[in-house]
Design a protein around this ligand. Structure first.
Ligand SMILES: [Zn+2]
Length: 190
């Protein structure tokens, strides 16, 4: 795959989408569908752009010196991801708390980092953990805690499922591991 350019890869994906549509019983040549394989391929390319993003560079360029040691909370960051079992969307919000150790990161960069890990085939549990653990490393923070709440279309759309169910995952590291009061301080702010 490495030898293909980006547009060659998108073109190849479009060819497969065309084949899938035919196998499903559609006619990709009918009016309205002519450009669909290419559109769908470009959408998939965008929705998986996290594979090709540099998480490290996203954060390291936006680190600032900071003396305080109080918890910083960024809450309700929207995200859209694809479940790796069905390639169907799951989406919701993620909230991040961290205890700095001399450095903080620009708030918009946390949202960028969320996209890096969301825009790929994912499971919610791993997404939550990757976000917390990568932030700990890149920030050199004393601890990071992440809470994620999402609805999964593979649960909502298939069969008779619980239409309004949502899933919550939490991951924490560093000083949050042995400090229940600190974790409670985070959840109290959500
Ligand atoms: Zn699924």
């Amino acid at each position: 795959m490495e030898q293909l350019t980006e547009s060659e890869r998108i073109e190849a994906i479009a060819g497969h989408v065309d084949a899938i549509m035919r196998l499903l019983g559609e006619n990709p040549e009918r009016e309205g569908l002519v450009k669909t394989p290419v559109r769908a391929a470009k959408a998939l390319w965008f929705l998986t752009s996290g594979y090709r993003a540099d998480a490290d560079a996203t954060v390291r360029r936006a680190l600032f010196t900071h003396e305080g040691s109080q918890m910083i909370v960024v809450k309700d960051i929207e995200f859209y991801s694809l479940c790796e079992h069905h390639i169907l969307p799951f989406f919701g919000t993620v909230s991040v708390g961290y205890i700095p150790d001399g450095k903080i990161v620009g708030l918009s960069k946390i949202a960028r980092l969320v996209n890096v890990y969301a825009r790929r085939l994912q499971v919610q549990e791993r997404f939550t953990a990757q976000l917390a653990d990568s932030l700990l490393q890149m920030l050199g923070a004393r601890g990071v805690i992440v809470k994620c709440t999402a609805g999964h279309l593979c649960m909502k759309m298939r069969g008779v499922e619980k239409q309004n169910s949502s899933t919550t995952t939490m991951h924490y590291n560093g000083v949050f591991v042995d400090d229940a009061a600190l974790r409670a301080e985070f959840t109290a702010q959500l």
